[in-house]
Ligand binder design. Structure first.
Ligand SMILES: NC(=O)c1ccc[n+]([C@@H]2O[C@H](COP(=O)([O-])OP(=O)(O)OC[C@H]3O[C@@H](n4cnc5c(N)ncnc54)[C@H](OP(=O)(O)O)[C@@H]3O)[C@@H](O)[C@H]2O)c1
Length: 443
């Protein structure tokens, strides 16, 4: 089943460029003159006289600090959203981010007959369904092509380019910060903490990196992708989300021994019992497209019932690439005109998330060495009917903190969680065990 959602203004094929309410150029206000907002403004201004847009307002707090000399004098700077929403603009370009006040502004804009283009994954993941319905009720557009994978046109590619297929799964690397950190840990053999500091120095991680490394940023994106690609309406807080903080350099060494690397993978798949959806670090077999993605790049791989796999990759963040996605949404919207002539309300299935993942797993234990450790762990695994595949132990570690790995045959996620909780209580463990699914090439 394919969904009908407005990701980039719903391009009508062959449609001529339409314009604002009075037949002139589309009048825009940019709310949020930060990394993306200023990059969008630059592109619009550099389009010159041929542009189908007229940038009317820039809204930001403390505008005195924001003003730039390259902004034409015709553009009005303001700190007041009322001034923007009471004006004759056609489109609010929301680039403030977060749920509030962005959500309130978007709702007010749609209700007052203005279309909205946004890059706000947090807002769209949490409230996108209701906002699309609101846009539909007011015959306006809500476009958010920049909210997933920045400059990679994945939402429009899935929604339009693959409209003829029935997509059954979508997976990818959706967080460049995690990918940069894991790549550096692998390349330089450094710890998570050191790779994080490097990422912060290189500008790829925030001072507070939690949203990235603990998975909530990617969780928002896979929720949006599931909606657009799979037609699945799933509650954000039911999506399994695991941090990459527990991954250590030794895990990347063991992964290499197993012909794999480690990546933060976001995955959603329609199964008979519901939607399998998760964001977590996984071992990824070399040769899979995800394994070749290094540094802050993004990738999305979709699988369709008729067409098989399609891959989208590129710069998932940054002012320039994200601004391109925003302007592309605006161009699509200019082609359509500002008033929606057809239902833009998504046709979605409410789906429950299933915890019945059955996958092979990598487990790693850090122990104080003593006899009987393997027997004790194997006994717990056997209690939960989990079969061991292989045991790995690399030399050169202290007996007081000895890491070794056990790979497991495909096993049920819930049984595995219970087994790991039990193993975590064994007195010889220095820290809780790490348990990562292994993504292998399909046979
Ligand atoms: N940056 C990326 O690579 C990227 C990629 C994909 C999607 N996005 C999304 O794009 C949106 C914008 O991101 P960004 O990186 O451009 O963020 P940013 O650099 O922090 O810019 C946000 C701007 O909004 C202003 N702002 C924040 N709260 C405000 C308020 N209450 N009233 C008025 N102005 C306010 C900020 O002003 P101050 O300077 O005073 O704080 C800042 O100028 C977010 O939704 C983000 O998730 C970003």
């Amino acid at each position: 089943m394919r969904v009908k959602m407005a990701t980039n203004g719903e391009r009508a094929s062959g449609a001529q460029t339409k314009a604002g309410k009075d037949g002139g150029r589309l009048r825009l206000a940019i709310a949020g003159f930060g990394t993306v907002g200023s990059a969008v403004a630059r592109i619009l201004i550099e389009q010159g006289a041929a542009s189908p847009f007229e940038l009317s307002y820039i809204l930001n707090r403390r505008i005195a600090k924001k003003r730039v000399e390259w902004m034409p004098t015709s553009v009005r700077w303001t700190e007041e959203i009322d001034e923007v929403l009471d004006s004759d603009i056609d489109v609010l370009v929301e680039l403030v981010g977060g749920l509030n006040p962005a959500g309130t502004w978007v709702r007010r804009a749609l209700a007052s007959g203005k279309s909205v283009v946004t890059a706000n994954k947090e807002l769209i993941a949490a409230e996108g369904v209701e906002l699309s319905e609101l846009a539909c009720r007011h015959r306006q557009h809500l476009a958010y092509g920049a909210s997933v994978a920045g400059g990679v046109p994945v939402l429009s590619g899935l929604q339009e380019g693959l409209a003829g297929d029935e997509l059954v799964s979508v997976s990818g690397i959706l967080n460049g910060t995690c990918n940069y950190i894991l790549t550096r840990m692998e390349q330089a053999g450094i710890s998570f903490a050191d790779a994080l500091v490097e990422a912060q120095r290189a500008g790829f991680a925030e001072a507070d990196p939690s949203a990235d490394v603990d998975g909530s940023d990617a969780r928002a994106k896979i929720t949006i992708l599931s909606r657009v690609a799979l037609g699945a309406d799933v509650a954000l807080d039911t999506v399994l989300c695991r941090s990459i903080r527990a991954v250590s350099a030794v895990d990347l060494r063991y992964a290499a021994e197993l012909g794999c690397t480690i990546r933060q993978i976001s995955h959603a798949e329609v199964k008979e019992d519901g939607l399998h959806i998760a964001v977590q670090p996984m071992l990824v077999e070399r040769g899979l497209p995800h394994a070749g993605v290094v540094g802050p790049q993004n990738i999305v791989v979709s699988t369709g019932r008729y067409g098989g796999e399609a891959t989208f990759s590129g710069n998932g963040a940054g002012g320039g690439p994200t601004a391109v996605a925003v302007v592309s949404d605006l161009i699509a919207l200019a082609r359509l005109g500002t008033t929606s002539s057809e239902s833009m309300s998504p046709t979605l299935r409410k789906m429950v998330t299933s915890k019945e993942f059955v996958m092979p797993h990598y487990t790693r234990y850090l122990v104080r060495d003593r006899p009987g450790i393997l027997a004790a762990i194997s006994q717990v695994l056997a209690t939960y009917a989990i079969n061991v595949d292989a045991v790995l132990q690399l030399p050169g570690h202290s007996r007081e903190a000895l890491p070794f790995a056990i790979t497991l045959e495909p096993s049920n996620q819930q049984a595995l969680d219970a087994a790991m909780a039990e193993i975590g209580k064994l007195h010889f463990l220095v820290q809780p065990p790490l348990c990562l699914p292994i993504l292998r090439k399909r046979a």
